[in-house]
Design a protein around this ligand. Structure first.
Ligand code: PMP
Length: 365
């Protein structure tokens, strides 16, 4: 340690590193497919590209409040525009929430943030960066949140709970009645964040709708994004929905100008062409059902998925499977010792996955 050199905060030593999905290494004679980041394999609706092309004002700063986008969302979702706060992706919106409600206190104590694990890999990073302590409650064997154990993990230091539905990377949704029971069983001064990054892919009527929860309970915030169903991952635009008593604080902590006018206009154009977006999403849902059925036919045991990915509970074979898929020019996301998440991609990419799984010797059963 050099006393005269700049030093990072000690928490940095403890933060996991975000392992962004990579494209596969090219293989001679094979088209490569990237199924490692839950991206939408389809291009955005054409109106999005027109909206971007028409933007001539990039020498100016964007509207820091994304007023036009918030108004468009307010119309569509039937919520007040005041209750919406945009961010650089839903991850930006989540970071605002954590920086507002979870951190280290002036007396040195740390707030606690409870979430299921395994879930979205950025959670420990943004919780730790905010200065709070992450309390990770293992998911059940079928990939669902263990809401009873999560409620039991809430104590007087807990300020935020993160619920992820459908859960990345395992796939299942949370049901309305279990979420209501959960919210009613914990103190009302704990903020419950419902991360609905993949909500458009849900086809199960029992699934909780975060917006209904936000209408019913004052301590709920919902996260949504344009990165998945709308196919705008690179433009970084997402948002939270919560009561004005919450949003007034989020707006103070939000990074100014985090959402560019390009991103804002693209998001509005995509919202305006909702039916086209829905048709794209439906084709991916059909593919998901085809892939899940195909895998089960091959004897692979899968948790239920309501998202744009499948979870292969490969355990100790996770990394080996990813290497094997890579040899067939397919990149997937391995979590060592746990499993592999594979995004639903182009039809040919999904066919390639099924073929790989047909031949892979250590399938989970
Ligand atoms: N939440 C979940 C559950 C996710 O899987 C992701 C993206 N992988 C995000 C949030 C963040 O997405 P974005 O910041 O692009 O909106």
């Amino acid at each position: 340690l050099q006393a005269n050199a700049v030093q990072p905060r000690p928490v940095l030593d403890r933060l996991p590193k975000y392992a962004a999905g990579k494209p596969p290494a090219p293989i001679e004679g094979l088209t490569s497919y990237k199924l490692s980041s839950n991206e939408n394999p389809l291009p955005p609706v054409p109106a999005v590209l027109d909206a971007i092309r028409e933007q001539v004002g990039i020498f100016r700063y964007p509207d820091p409040l994304s007023t036009n986008l918030r108004n468009a969302l307010a119309d569509k979702l039937e919520v007040p525009a005041e209750d919406i706060v945009t961010g650089a992706g839903s991850l930006g919106a989540l970071t605002q929430i954590l920086n507002t409600y979870a951190g280290q206190n002036e007396d040195g104590t740390m707030d606690e943030v409870v979430y299921a694990w395994r879930s979205f890999e950025a959670y420990p990073i943004v919780v730790g960066t905010a200065g709070a302590r992450a309390v990770e409650v293992p998911v059940l064997a079928d990939g669902r949140h263990d809401l009873d154990a999560m409620a039991a993990a809430v104590n007087e230091r807990t300020t935020v709970v993160l619920l992820c539905t459908p859960n990345n990377p395992t796939g299942p949704i949370l049901r309305t009645e279990e979420v209501e029971r959960f919210i009613e069983s914990i103190p009302q001064n704990v903020l419950v964040v419902i991360d609905e990054a993949y909500t458009e892919f849900i086809r199960d009527d029992a699934a909780v709708n975060g917006i209904e929860m936000y209408r019913k309970y004052p301590n709920v915030a919902v996260l949504r994004t344009f990165s998945k169903a709308h196919g705008l991952a690179n433009l970084r635009v997402g948002y939270s929905i919560s009561r004005p008593q919450i949003t007034e604080h989020l707006r103070v902590i939000a990074t100014p100008f985090a959402v560019s006018t390009l991103a804002e206009q693209a998001a509005i154009a995509s919202l305006t062409h909702e039916a086209d977006v829905a048709a794209r999403v439906e084709s991916l849902v059909q593919e998901r059902e085809r892939v899940a059925a195909g895998l089960r036919e091959l004897g692979w045991e899968l948790p239920e998925t309501q998202s744009n990915f499948v979870w292969l509970a490969l355990g100790e074979h996770a990394v080996d499977f990813a290497t094997y898929a890579g040899r067939h020019a397919l990149s997937v996301r391995a979590f060592a010792g746990e499993g592999v998440r594979v995004s639903i991609g182009e039809v040919e990419a999904n066919d390639r996955l099924l073929e790989i799984c047909r031949n892979y010797p250590n399938k989970p059963v």
